[in-house]
Design a protein. Structure first.
Length: 123
């Protein structure tokens, strides 16, 4: 089984796995969601795979602070079923400043989002 290639989730976001050697994963992720903190960026992802199991993480700076995303999943019936976590260091304040809303550090209880995505391989 090869992980190599492009995978698209139910929202149109693309995970492009370019290396799977030695049980390691090298990929990029590009969200299709305009309201994502990662909108417009290719996020470098690194991780591992073992059999039908896969996990990877990536992150970077965004307009509202540093953000990291992790995906953990399982291949079943040709689909990559994943759970994901996004950890955001900051959020945008509601107050207006000279340059617009400003990032503000958030507490742990507000820093994490989680959900599930299903990816399918595309040609």
């Amino acid at each position: 089984m090869s992980w190599l290639g492009k995978w698209r989730n139910q929202y149109g976001s693309i995970l492009d796995i370019t290396d799977e050697s030695h049980h390691k994963i090298v990929a990029t992720f590009r969200t299709a969601l305009g309201d994502s903190t990662f909108a417009g960026q290719d996020i470098a992802m690194i991780g591992a795979h073992q059999g039908d199991c896969i996990g990877m993480a990536g992150g970077g700076p965004t307009p509202v602070g540093d953000v990291l995303v992790t995906y953990t999943g399982l291949l079943r019936e040709g689909k990559l079923q994943t759970l994901w976590y996004v950890v955001a260091d900051s959020s945008s304040t509601a107050e207006e400043h000279a340059g617009g809303p400003q990032p503000k550090k958030v507490g742990w209880w507000r820093a994490v989002m989680t959900n599930a995505d299903t990816f399918e391989r595309i040609a």
